[in-house]
Design a protein around this ligand. Structure first.
Ligand code: GTP
Ligand code: SPV
Ligand code: MN
Length: 596
């Protein structure tokens, strides 16, 4: 039975039914009975494996196909009328050609299968930020994951009423044929078509496809921002909370920063950190002239490897119930393990491919992009107001990436315009979150290179325009937790110790601390960073000390000068879509470098 009388939704479902020829259609109402039934069915076919329900109540295990374990950026397309509107940052396909090609792949693809229709909301239902979507899929894994990652079911159709303002998401696993794998976005039609994949970021269409690629395009037209950002709140001993949003590329530390636990000297004084979101932020200008943010998601699709009770206890706790684990190690006790969980890899376990795994083989047991899908409500440090329909006011924006060299631990940009410039020249070493080689430095402006649904030049202009309209803008910072010493070790301890830098950022926002002016912006004076109690992080035989702090705060103009020509080349790709202001900012940076 259809769950709605919305004619546009019914037409969409009919059209897809005609195309894919499923045996039957199931509308997802979001009820526990319905979802329990689907869990049972998925276990009977092996799509899910039920984990030890005493140790991990409500938890399930899933494996994706071995060649289908990450986002496929080279097969992801923006299909808008004019190629230039997709920009050099996107693959482009003509919409008519894309629909025709995809329809051929979708045709009869659901024969013998069930078509699930999932109404979902990005953002708390009833929030002025919230937007509806309908995802059609043939995958129970997708239905159950969407239940964790978004708000699904009947209330979404109540919110939508008879409006046409919803994203039409169409997904089919088809044959999981990597040669016919396409993630197609039609921003001008509010539509996403995804085929031949079963991996999270390619198929949970609310996440990167809608909440970033489609929403960034909507935000440009409607005057708001959809960003690849975590949101966290820092509570001081007086109980005042400052909110920060942070854009880091995939696998560069958003989830960890969003859930961090401050070092003991701060918690003793009464500092606390609260999570609002760990991956995506939608930001709008409030009546008070500040920028307000919501987390449009309802759960975490987090990186498993490296997550442990020391690095991120809040994430570990969040995964203890009602979680789906994908591509991790399955132990013979029906629990899960991954590299970095603890120092005791299980014997007699199965690796992420389902083969018997010998921990001494040198092969990792979990895929480097293995993930947990956990409900946000499970996370002990969720902010009490994380679902506030009006969002939270943002005092600072942080950009960051994985940079072995060049980028210092932290610096503050001069103002919004200079901050947009710094966001536009961000670079980071690639990770396992997307297929392709890892560890290669690439430009990833605003951590949005794979996620902006339109020309990045226009995106930068949109940020500059937003700056004109925000009377009380957040201050903009850049951080780098990943600087290496000559031996290839991280110099900075990272994780909870990042709070020492967050604290400096908050004090800068409140005008409580001075800074050193450099050619790239303001950096901390070493006396303003508390590092002396860092006693747990020993590398190269030494405790973290003043020399190490000086080294990672340094702005080495030799290296910075070398970065200018590649930035010019990068900018040149955008032709006349590059805002002139950014070219001027680059020229100004270059001349400051030569003076430095
Ligand atoms: P996506 O979900 O792909 O967007 O990733 P993310 O940005 O949320 O990154 P996440 O927090 O999951 O961290 C990715 C990897 O970086 C994990 O293996 C972490 O253990 C590691 N990591 C996170 N923060 C730090 C840090 O401060 N220092 C170091 N050295 N590693 C970190
Ligand atoms: C990322 O790659 O940035 C993720 C995971 O958060 S995915 O949903 O696959 O995009
Ligand atoms: Mn992400």
């Amino acid at each position: 039975m259809a769950l709605t009388t919305n004619k546009m939704v019914l037409d969409f479902v009919d059209e897809m039914k005609e195309l894919c020829s499923p045996d039957n259609i199931v509308w997802i109402d979001g009820s526990k009975e319905q979802l329990d039934g689907l869990r049972e069915q998925a276990c009977s076919t092996g799509e899910l494996i039920k984990l030890d329900q005493e140790k991990l109540p409500g938890c399930y295990y899933h494996r994706s196909a071995i060649d289908d374990v990450a986002r496929v950026e080279d097969r992801t397309f923006i299909c808008c009328k004019k190629e230039v509107d997709a920009g050099p940052n996107n693959n482009w396909m003509d919409p008519a050609q894309a629909y025709t090609m995809a329809a051929d792949i979708f045709r009869s693809s659901m024969k013998g299968r069930t078509m699930y229709v999932i109404p979902f909301s990005m953002g708390p239902i009833g929030s002025p930020f919230a937007k509806a979507g309908v995802e059609i899929t043939d995958s129970i894994y997708v239905v159950l994951s969407m239940d964790i990652m978004t708000r699904i079911g009947r209330p979404v159709f109540d919110m939508l009423g008879d409006s046409n303002d919803f994203v039409r998401g169409m997904h089919c696993k088809c044959d999981l044929d990597a040669e016919k794998r396409y993630i197609l976005h039609f921003p001008e039609d509010n539509a996403i078509w995804s085929m031949n994949s079963g991996y999270g970021g390619n198929v949970l269409l609310g996440k990167k496809c809608f909440a970033l690629r489609i929403a960034s395009y909507q935000g440009k037209n409607e005057g708001w921002l959809a960003e690849h950002m975590l949101i966290l709140g820092i509570e001081n001993p007086q109980g005042e909370v400052t909110y920060i949003a942070g854009a880091f590329p995939s696998q560069c530390g958003k989830t960890n920063l969003a859930m961090l636990i401050p070092p003991e000297q701060y918690t003793k004084k009464g500092y606390k950190v609260w999570t609002v979101g760990d991956d995506i932020a939608w930001l709008r200008i409030g009546d008070d002239g500040r920028l307000w943010a919501i987390n449009p998601e309802n759960g975490f699709f987090g990186v498993a490897p490296g997550t442990n009770m020391k690095s991120n206890p809040n994430a570990v706790t969040a995964t203890m119930r009602d979680t789906i684990f994908t591509n991790v190690v399955l132990t013979k006790e029906n629990t899960v393990w991954w590299e970095g969980l603890d120092k005791n890899p299980p014997q007699g376990a199965l690796d992420w491919k389902g083969n018997p795994w010998d921990p001494s083989s040198g092969e990792p047991g979990a895929h480097p992009n293995s993930r947990f899908t956990a409900p946000a409500r499970n996370c002990p440090c969720m902010a009490s107001n994380w679902e506030d329909p009006k969002g939270v006011p943002i005092s600072a924006i942080i950009f960051g990436g994985r940079r072995a060299k060049v980028a210092p631990l932290v610096f503050q940009t001069k103002d919004w315009q200079n901050g947009v410039f710094i966001g536009s020249i961000m670079a980071s070493e690639t990770t396992a979150a997307a297929t392709g080689s890892t560890g290669v430095l690439r430009r990833d402006p605003f951590a949005m290179l794979p996620f902006s649904g339109y020309n990045m030049g226009d995106y930068w202009q949109h940020w500059l325009d937003m700056g004109e309209k925000i009377s009380n803008p957040p201050k903009i910072f850049h951080v780098n937790w990943f600087r290496l010493d000559d031996g290839g070790n991280f110099i900075w301890p990272g994780f909870g110790d990042n709070f020492r830098i967050i604290d400096w950022i908050v004090r800068r926002c409140n005008g409580e601390v001075d800074a050193r002016e450099t050619a790239i912006g303001y950096t901390p004076r070493t006396k303003d960073i508390d590092y002396e109690d860092i006693d747990h992080y020993i590398h190269a035989g030494r405790r973290f000390n003043l020399d190490a702090l000086r080294a990672i705060l340094s702005v080495e103009s030799v290296y910075w000068k070398e970065t200018i020509p590649p930035i010019k080349e990068f900018y040149a790709q955008f032709g006349d879509r590059l805002p002139k202001i950014l070219a001027d900012e680059l020229a100004a940076l270059e001349s400051r470098m030569w003076l430095a």
